[in-house]
Design a protein. Sequence first.
Length: 230
Amino acid sequence: MAWRLGVSLTLLLGLGALFVLPKFDPKSLTWPTTEPGRIAPLAMSGGNPYLRALMRTISASESNDASPYTVLYGGSHIENLQEHPDRCIPIRWGPNQGLCTTAAGRYQFITTTWLETAEKYHPAPTGEWMWRRYSFAPEYQDRVVYAWLDDVNYWGTDIPQLLEDGQLQTVLKRLSGTWTSLGYGIESNKVTPHLMHIYERMLAEEIALANGLPTNYLPTVANQSVETTR
């Protein structure tokens, strides 16, 4: 009788592990990097070039790293992106000095914000119920943020349309409560004053890419017409 109970417990634990352990995701092993001083391309493909340019602009002030998808607050890096690292690192300067933050990845998601947004927008969660997991792989960081920024109901405004209308400052102001380095928040940095120029260059690159042109082709007018996808 005892051996039957042992077998049953082993099987039960084995089934539980299927829900607890995230599935192997090859996307978690590779990510775009770039030379210092340049802004890495997005891992995701497709989408509206205006939103893509905004995402790269956000990361320029938030992560500002040659390998942005793996960076933690403070500049150290992680290798395992199967889920958000959830490491609380002491804040050594700024208005929140003395606290700690779990900010990680290209968009410096804190753990709670990642879990809330991933629950709504992550395209490929694994597991069920309390065992649900959200891969933090580069493509999924991008896709969660892209879908979030594209959600008119969440923001109360159409961000892609504002960008196409040339209202970048309105967008940055609206987003500064979430990403506090965008010029209207509490943590501006050395990149913040250059966000307009950065966005214009990123938009030129993304429009060139959307039109099938080489990525080193930079049109003189960044907001030229282009077919966009939502």
